[in-house]
Design a protein around this ligand. Sequence first.
Ligand code: PEP
Ligand code: MG
Length: 543
Amino acid sequence: MEVFQGKSIFKGVAIGPLLYYGKKETTVRREKIEDTEAEVARYKEAREKSVAQLRQLHDDSVKKVGEENAAIFDVHAMLMEDEDFCEAIENAIRTQNVNAEYAVAVAGENFSKMFAEMEDEYFKARSADMKDISERLIRVLTGEDEMHSFEEPSIIIADDLMPSETVQLDKEKVLAFVTRLGSSNSHTAILARTMNIPALIDIPIREDWNGKLAAVDGHTGTFYLDPDEETLHEMEEKRDRDLEARRLLQELKGKKNISLDGKEINLYANIGGLKDVAAVLSNDGGGVGLFRSEFLYIGRDSLPTEEEQFQAYKAVVETMAGKRVIIRTLDIGADKKADYLELEKEDNPALGYRAIRICLTRPDIFKTQLRAIFRASAFGKVAIMYPMITSVEELDKIHTIVAEVKKELTADKIPFKDDVEEGVMIETPAAALISDDLARKVDFFSIGTNDLTQYTLAMDRQNSRLDVFYNPHHKAILRLIRMTIENGHKGGAWVGICGELGADTTLTETFLRMGVDELSVSPSMILPVRDAIRKSHAYPEKE
Ligand code: PEP
Ligand code: MG
């Protein structure tokens, strides 16, 4: 037996034969072409065929992974027809007298490099898509069949998997994905999660493993090649426990988030936009505890208009049908960038000009967003919260602006609810330490443990080198959380947690005992957290 340690992309256990999913090496050779116009026509025909394939792939994928995830193939079709990309190919054929395959390979390589070098994460991710589409075009040009088919359910091993390859595999026959390359936030990883298939990356897979037996432990990120009897037995048991646990979680749908001793809390979900709402509802989320509105501002060329924002908020609020939706105002800056804001480069962006600091110095941006949120409030149960607060003065300024916005909406005869709850995120040590003062001025607190941890421990949350030092259970963080909950309650505010720590089921009982009123977690963690709540005690034992 050989044991390899990789990184888990999706939890779960799989045991089965390995199937090496090798790229069919298409070595593209440069050839001299006499009739360049005929070659351009051949390229155009291949492009049309590729676009048709992608449209078909999109329609087939909708059934497997849902519209949001299938949308990637529409993006591919769009990139395939991108004017600059097409021009680069046609130009190379005409001016260099080269074959279409070669022109596509070179243009694909150049575009992929160009995207990889961009700072914006969205464009960076397009680099892999450019490779994917140029390989498809080349396959169509060379007339190769792209599908690997297999009968026996298998663990797929590959150097890397393209999104299009991942989704085309027969879900019923794929036990797990194991790759050498890839990143946790790639589209392939997202698709693996959506398809509910255990997946590992960073495993040095080899072609000659093809056909061997293996076990994948997605909980620990471990890969066992040729597992011995004992490991095999252990993994089979773990797999069965896993399946049983998943089945039991489904039974928790419709049940209350209530502790063994009767404390009921709200269990909400964190979302980035309307696309995540289906997962909230299918996992039985009681509301949205954090709508990261900045995603409406990212990956575009200009600020979203009031109307665009209103439509986006309204769609979420209406779909949540009366359940509470907490919209966090713009939290841009640091890792979340929007070039059109032309923010200066800073030495310490996490400690810099971000979130509410931008909103308070750019009231035009802030007011537009507030108007959109208040307008959406007429369609359901909206709450607003403000990120990165450090002082009471900031909150007072916000309240003045909010009052102006309400006055203007009233003057414009635009309907909105007057009792929209307002809260602040407690994600700086300063806010936690003055939470007694803040509590008197808001309806609720939502503790952002991601930033609270980074600022309290002085550890950049983006820096993976600090993983060894990073202790999210640090006593200092737990003390700040306890203090915030106590101060919140004394001042009449309810208190939730929306950072990642809220989903840490080893702390659920601790949070309940501290008196937390709400936990907001990613949709897939709703049922595991509900399970933990129902197994916890919230109150001290009576004598
Ligand atoms: C947090 O800081 O804990 C939080 C929820 O906000 P974000 O992760 O978006 O910074
Ligand atoms: Mg934060």
